[in-house]
Design a protein around this ligand. Sequence first.
Ligand code: ADP
Ligand code: ADP
Length: 231
Amino acid sequence: APMITFSNVQKRYGAVPALIDINAEVARGEVVVVCGPSGSGKSTLIRTVNRLEEIQAGSIQFDGQEVHGSLRGKQLNRLRSRIGFVFQSFNLFPHLSALDNVMLSPIKINGASREAARATAMRLLDRVGLSNKIQSFPAQLSGGQQQRVAIARALAMEPPAMLFDEPTSALDPEMVGEVLAVMRSLASEGMTMMCVTHEMGFARDVADRVWFMDAGRILEAATPDEFFRNP
Ligand code: ADP
Ligand code: ADP
């Protein structure tokens, strides 16, 4: 079964249609890059997957579970914690060190011991190249470093898939590469990923499929070769 399945998804903000008739799948291990003009529904689409946005009709299955069904409270939080989400803004807890930011969810949500959570967090911060910054607070880190902490924090819940919503758009240009490098390495290890990004080099080199959205619809779902082929 696919990791993510959108079936007849419809979403409006008041009278404004944001998603129209979305039918699409993300296979296990697949990297999908979602692109398209501003306002075409990319961010809305990705935010429906962990129910940061509600939908009016249709269904979304994540790893075999209906996201927009009757899940509430703890169950919904538990599902959300299994869907790694990286935002444009880094969304770290400002009063917690990098290490504590990464340790928090495994302790709170999974009931992990402090030692186990700490070991996992150290391993993940090392993996994103920040083993020398574990005691730093977000304000002491560059944007690229903060975003790498945010990725490590998402990975701490061992999610079967990761969603990225313009993860490099708020970064100074010199920091974009360090974040894309982490995303590339995740992709090469088989992580299922859905990425909203304007980084077309990443789309060309890393995506298995590119979804092109316009006015709330997915107009094209193609391989990068097909998508970037000159007409
Ligand atoms: P993209 O990510 O491609 O820029 P969005 O998903 O942010 O597109 O927006 C899709 C459409 O929904 C746009 O017309 C946008 O103005 C509208 N929209 C997005 N968020 C809201 C909101 N919170 N309230 C009302 N309209 C919204
Ligand atoms: P890199 O590109 O390797 O992240 P930078 O030259 O951006 O390195 O940053 C060097 C150091 O300066 C970082 O380790 C970080 O601690 C600090 N730093 C950089 N940018 C900021 C920022 N915007 N706010 C706070 N500290 C920063």
